[in-house]
Design a protein around this ligand. Sequence first.
Ligand code: SAM
Length: 200
Amino acid sequence: MVNNNYALIKEIREYAKLNKVPIMQDEGIDFLTTFIIKHQIKDVLEIGTAIGYSAIMMCLCSPNVRVTSIERDEKKYLEAVKNIKKFHLEDRITLIFNDALNVKLDDKYDLVFIDAAKAQNIRFFELYERNLKDVGYIITDNIYFHGLVKQNEKEIKSRNIRGIVRKIKDYINFLKDNVNYETTIYDAGDGISVSIKKSK
Ligand code: SAM
């Protein structure tokens, strides 16, 4: 990574902190980019662009990576457009400004990376697994939801948060029971699940 990129990445991280945009933690990014390199991933579909941080980091880890990423929030989408331009990655990152629940894509990807509304993980998985190549992976971030998934539910005061935690637990069970995939949950960052599509 050239020095100028370091400065730009620092800027994005600072913007995220200042504007309370939840971008991936360092450990999560390290895990994701290591996975991409190890499995020679080329085509990635990301659900949840935010301001483009993870999409940019995925492209910077390997020159062969191309990312299509979906974001529904206009302000974040416009910030992502700006950031991607700064890195001259317009040719390798395609942004879709829409609700991922309303998008239908025909292309096939090596990796679907789910990092959007946590309560909708099952719907995202079911919608986009059809876009996986025969050898394909689905990775989901925030499986521990800031550690709350491991906590006793009674200790979670907010009803809304309790609801999200329950939905994430449902997602974990959905992954465990899904006979078409082999899923492992890793402790990296905020918890990351990797689901490997089984060959038929
Ligand atoms: N992947 C980003 C990164 O690490 O740089 C962070 C993504 S942030 C955790 C989640 C993003 O998903 C938010 O910007 C939110 O607006 C977006 N999002 C949530 N639900 C969505 C949906 N149904 N369709 C598209 N975007 C969605």
